[in-house]
Design a protein around this ligand. Structure first.
Ligand SMILES: Cc1ncc(COP(=O)(O)O)c(C=O)c1O
Length: 347
């Protein structure tokens, strides 16, 4: 048994035994030719679930985002997105390198969440036609916003602002099923508001790899061409899609456990370091702790915690922790015990 408690991300979870068995026995074909039956099944299932015409399976969420932006945005034009959005900030400037895209960053009104008014203001035409936005991208849940959830109605309002501005809406739904869990809404409610959407199988849903892009037939046809352009046209990908099908089937049902664990973690850290986190803001599986008042940096805290067997990440000077399928309630208690020891060591 691995004694380390890995809270760095919800991407670190390992495939279940059922996934591994399905992977070993998956029917496969060459996905470049579109004849991998397991990939096709996953894509059909994803399209059905999201209520969209078509879906495409890709290795990563980053590739989904980049393919979508390339499809919608002309080189030299802008994407309107939140100031800390993954697509703009964390994807090593791929959009600039691969597609000549610039970002019009709008700081979220609250916890990384944009409002329809903000989007409408950002889409107001530039009187000199110098700044042209071809796309609005929103992220739900919002990672740097602390796993914050944008409700279905708010996404609908943003979609209406996009429609009024004549610009498509792309939803980076890496963790959209976490939002669905909180909202009690089917994923189709969210997907129906966006021109295109992606979701990750390899985060809260627990698959070892893969993300899915959904939209209408024309969009997905163009996305298939871009998959080749970006080197993502994999071959017997059914081995991975087999695990993805299980993730899609089983994953969403248990996300409420991750959310409860994150809330307990936040309450525990708040008790150890008062003011570092407000547990009431924890809606999903992401916890940020601001350790500046301790006089030690996030890096120092990460080292202290690692020495106690807990792995975390540092984002924007804060400690970030995510709960996932590999973390149960006992792990949360063990992680809090490690926090207490680290706090003692920190003095
Ligand atoms: C909101 C969001 N979008 C996109 C991605 C990219 O996904 P991937 O790591 O599969 O490339 C991430 C990864 O953490 C994410 O948090």
């Amino acid at each position: 048994m691995d004694a380390t408690i890995d809270l760095r991300s919800d991407t670190v979870s390992k495939p279940s035994d059922r996934m591994r068995r399905a992977m070993a026995t998956a029917e496969v074909g060459d996905d470049w030719y579109g004849d991998d039956p397991t990939v096709n099944l996953l894509q059909d299932r994803a399209a059905e679930l999201t209520g969209r015409q078509a879906a495409m399976y890709l290795p990563t969420g980053t590739m989904c985002n980049q393919v979508a932006m390339h499809a919608f945005v002309r080189s030299g034009h802008f994407v309107v997105c939140e100031a800390t959005a993954h697509a703009g900030r964390t994807e090593v400037n791929s959009a600039a390198v691969l597609s000549g895209i610039a970002f019009h960053y709008v700081p979220g009104a609250s916890r990384g969440l944009l409002t329809a008014d903000q989007v409408a203001a950002a889409l107001r035409p530039d009187p000199y036609d110098v700044t042209v936005a071809d796309l609005v991208t929103i992220e739900n849940t919002h990672q740097v916003g602390g796993g914050s959830v944008m409700g279905v109605a708010a996404v609908g309002d943003i979609a209406a602002a996009c429609a009024a501005g004549g610009v498509p809406l792309y939803l980076d739904g890496a963790r959209i099923f976490n939002a669905c869990t909180v909202e009690g809404a089917p994923v189709a409610d969210y997907a129906g508001h966006a021109t295109a959407m992606m979701f990750c199988l390899s985060k809260g849903l627990g698959a070892p790899i893969g993300s899915v892009l959904v939209g209408d037939h024309d969009f997905v046809r163009e996305a298939r061409r871009l998959k080749v352009l970006f080197g993502g046209a994999w071959r017997q990908a059914g081995i991975m899609a087999a695990a993805g099908l299980i993730a899609l089937d089983e994953g969403p049902k248990r996300l409420h456990e991750d959310h409860a664990n994150a809330r307990t973690l936040a309450e525990g850290v708040a008790a150890i370091l008062p003011g570092s986190v407000d547990p009431l803001t924890i809606q999903t599986n992401i916890v940020f702790a601001d350790v500046t008042s301790t006089g030690r940096t996030a890096e120092e805290w990460a080292s202290l915690l690692a020495a106690e067997g807990v792995l975390v990440t540092m984002v924007g000077g804060r400690i970030r922790m995510l709960t996932h399928i590999g973390i149960d309630a006992a792990d949360v208690q063990a992680a809090l015990a490690a926090w207490r020891r680290a706090a003692k060591a920190a003095g």
